[in-house]
Write a protein that binds this ligand. Sequence first.
Ligand code: ATP
Ligand code: MG
Length: 358
Amino acid sequence: MSARLEADHLYKVFGRRQDQAVERLRAGADREELRADGTTAAVIDASFTVDPGQIFVVMGLSGSGKSTLLRMLNGLLEPTAGHVRFDGRDLTALGDRELREVRARKISMVFQHFALFPHRSVLDNAAYGLAVQGVPRAEREKRAARALELCGLAGWETSWPDELSGGMQQRVGLARALATDADLLLMDESFSALDPLIRRDMQDQLLTLQKTLKKTIVFITHDLNEAMRLGDRIAVMRDGRIVQNGTAEDILLRPADDYVASFIQDVDRSRVLTAGAVMDTSVTADAPLCRCETASPTTPFAELCAISARVPHRVSVVDGAGRLVGVVPRQRLLGFLGDETADPVPCDAPDGKVAAHA
Ligand SMILES: Nc1ncnc2c1ncn2[C@@H]1O[C@H](COP(=O)(O)OP(=O)(O)OP(=O)(O)O)[C@@H](O)[C@H]1O
Ligand SMILES: [Mg+2]
């Protein structure tokens, strides 16, 4: 599968002598060294790919370069060095007109504080992107109404924005992005201004929409729980650089450094982990270790705990063909709820049916 979006060694430097700054960064200089000269290295050597239908989350502390990175992905900011490819086309090589065309039709952006037009109806607000594209009124109202319905706002078309709650206004923003049929959605802290319950609701709604619409989404957040709920992959940024790019499980079990580790302290591990991530794979055999209930590698952690409570000793994890791929002793399960990273307690001598120990 070819990538829908590719960032290839992207740099963005603000301030003086930008090309020289990139050379210094390539030679290993960091942000602080450049800052002394009045130059800000906002994004340093960022490379990643996003596959069609994926939600790619970028997270990091304030100032780490997330918004700058996102604005380079749709050409709002020109990279100081590097390339952005969208469906194989180099956005950095497009002229202004072509770029505006791609931005209007293929890429939509949803911001943190979505600015709705106060004197336009909810329907007109949702249809705004289509109006920019020059879609005739009847057609754009039909598509906007459909997008509002998808976002749970059917019946609000003729209301004014100030008659809606903050969460509903945010959903109008999402509807505006969806109405254009853009393949790529760029979402910058889109849910951060919402209170926790509504925020969770919006996350659920996005995941539900994503199941049918299968957009390609780059989602920015500074909240790791949100990142883990939404992200098929998560890139963690620090001081302009991507310090880790992996799945939620990778980040949780194998944090690349202390900075990433400090993020994961407050994460609810039981929501992220699956049997495949916590099992001990050094124990393999042709069949489950006992005839009792088994788990599969995708069994969620909470369900695994329930199975563990029902079976003696350990849970056998079996693949689709019924082969044993790992085991989870109860002790190991508990270890993962604490702050164990990968490979905690090894599995001690199992019963006689075990074929191999790594
Ligand atoms: N137009 C600009 N001119 C100069 N410096 C800028 C500009 N835009 C961003 N920066 C700097 O680049 C760095 C990264 O900013 P950016 O907005 O990308 O961070 P962020 O990760 O999105 O932060 P936040 O979570 O606060 O939104 C910051 O040090 C910022 O001051
Ligand atoms: Mg930002």
